[in-house]
Design a protein around this ligand. Structure first.
Ligand SMILES: Nc1ncnc2c1ncn2[C@@H]1O[C@H](COP(=O)(O)OP(=O)(O)OP(=O)(O)O)[C@@H](O)[C@H]1O
Length: 453
């Protein structure tokens, strides 16, 4: 700690603080994340995971790790400082002036390269959003915040809770299916959409409306001046069935947009793409797993059922298969649920609730989706989930990070297109090449949030 001097506090997250620091005798500044370490050993391992995962990510489009250490009950992670701030801030600075197509593609291709690198290591980021994507002084994109990331087949990941940021969460998560590489693609699609339209694709006034829009893949079309390839890409990234969504590898290599993206590669990125040609290698995943103290790795996502071996790891032969179709259960339940209006919330309820306590994740009860309407009716728009970011001012409606001052008028049907073909399953199993061990019981977490707040 003594080897760094504090320049300023950059911000505060649910975990602790982010500080700008300068090493003694050096000119360069860094970001130091100060994370309160929980007392329980298992929770401590979860906190350390961010440092471990960041330390193995060496890519020009991922925030560079410098070192990590522990002192006074805190974990400190020192990393590259991105002086251009995060993409959310950058979008907000635009004040409704569109980014150029060139700028969007230049940024997007870098996000894809970073995500491909992460996926090739058999890691899922699980919290890709404009707030977690940074810009350097010379305009390079850096993906950061591995606080929610996980590897495969980990009993620890199983014991840990995650929901993500609701505005970026894919339909399969709302439908309690496993998080997979395509869930990250969905979130990337949200970021791409934000860059193109300066608003979030799934703005809503209520939880119900948000989840329905996400599960139907219903979004307002991109501004028409964008090229056909971008419209086409967004449409595919928002396919409700993850099997129909392209992987990042496909987006970069064999999608209709790939050629356009390749035109926007920097010379360094071009080199990288050449090197990255080969897809994930088993040894890479094994290295990550070993680092995290895990024993085995999953290699397939196609076996039926799901069961645990005696040592609580998942039996590879029992991996769950995707159900065909999209989240009809959740949609069905929500379709009959009362509209939950955020207007009924009090100011106190809107304040950010930080639920530090993590408990072992529970499995679904017998009829999980039926719990949804009753839980959501009581749910407040507060961030019991660490990365949940919904800002609300005054007494207007629920708004996402990019919500306009006037509040949304997007709940009405007029602007929304729903492409029924997206609900049709298309077998593309090869491309959904890995997923998380087991779906989260996010409703349980929601219940905790409702009753603990
Ligand atoms: N490497 C970085 N370079 C520049 N700014 C950073 C960097 N990492 C984080 N920040 C900034 O520091 C602030 C705190 O970020 P951090 O990711 O630690 O928490 P958060 O995203 O605000 O909250 P949470 O992680 O709980 O969702 C944010 O304003 C973020 O933009």
């Amino acid at each position: 700690m003594d080897q760094y001097s504090l320049v300023r506090v950059i911000g505060e997250g649910s975990f602790g603080r982010a500080l700008m620091v300068r090493p003694v005798n050096e000119d360069e500044t860094f970001v130091m994340k100060e994370i309160r370490l929980p007392k329980a050993e298992s929770d401590m391992r979860n906190s350390r995971r961010e440092a471990v995962l960041l330390s193995i990510m060496k890519h020009p489009n991922i925030v560079a790790f410098r070192e990590s250490f522990e002192a006074d009950g805190h974990l400190f992670i020192v990393m590259e400082f991105c002086s251009g701030g995060d993409l959310l801030q950058r979008i907000q600075q635009q004040k409704n002036v569109s980014f150029s197509e060139d700028m969007i593609l230049k940024w997007f291709v870098q996000m894809c390269l970073a995500t491909k690198y992460i996926h090739d290591k058999r890691v899922l980021h699980r919290d890709l959003k404009s707030k977690n994507i940074f810009l350097t002084g010379n305009g390079l994109v850096k993906v950061g915040d591995f606080g929610s990331a996980c590897t495969l087949n980990s009993a620890k990941a199983f014991a840990q809770t995650y929901v993500g940021t609701p505005y970026y969460v894919s339909p399969e998560i709302w439908d309690s299916k496993p998080y997979n590489n395509k869930s990250d693609v969905w979130s990337l699609g949200c970021v791409l959409y934000e860059l193109c339209s300066l608003r979030h694709p799934f703005q809503a006034r209520s939880w119900k409306s948000l989840i329905l829009k996400v599960c139907r893949g219903a979004y307002a079309p991109l501004p028409s001046h964008f090229p056909y390839e971008l419209h086409y890409l967004v449409k595919h990234m928002f396919k409700t069935n993850p099997r129909d969504r392209p992987s990042v590898h496909t987006i970069l290599n064999s999608h209709r947009v790939s050629r356009l993206l390749h035109k926007h590669l920097t010379p360094e990125s071009e080199e990288l793409v050449k090197k990255q040609e080969c897809r994930w290698r088993k040894e890479e995943g094994e290295k990550v797993a070993v680092l995290l103290g895990q024993k085995t790795l999953m290699t397939s996502s196609t076996a039926e059922g799901l069961s645990f071996t005696e040592n609580n790891s998942i039996d590879p032969a029992s991996r769950k298969k995707w159900a065909f179709g999209s989240c009809n259960t959740v949609l069905g339940v929500l379709g009959n649920a009362d509209i939950i209006s955020s207007d009924s919330m009090t100011a106190a309820e809107e304040s950010v609730c930080q639920n530090q306590e993590r408990r072992t994740r529970k499995q679904w009860d017998k009829h999980p989706p039926e719990r949804l309407p009753s839980v959501l009716e009581k749910a407040q728009l507060c961030s019991a989930f660490e990365t949940y970011t919904i800002h609300r001012h005054g007494c207007e409606s629920l708004r996402g990070p990019l919500g306009s001052e006037q509040g949304d008028s997007v709940d009405g049907p007029e602007e929304i297109i729903t492409d029924d073909s997206r609900l049709e399953p298309r077998s593309d199993d090869d491309d959904t090449d890995f997923e998380e061990d087991c779906p989260y019981d996010w409703i349980h977490e929601l219940e905790k949030m409702v009753y603990d707040c």
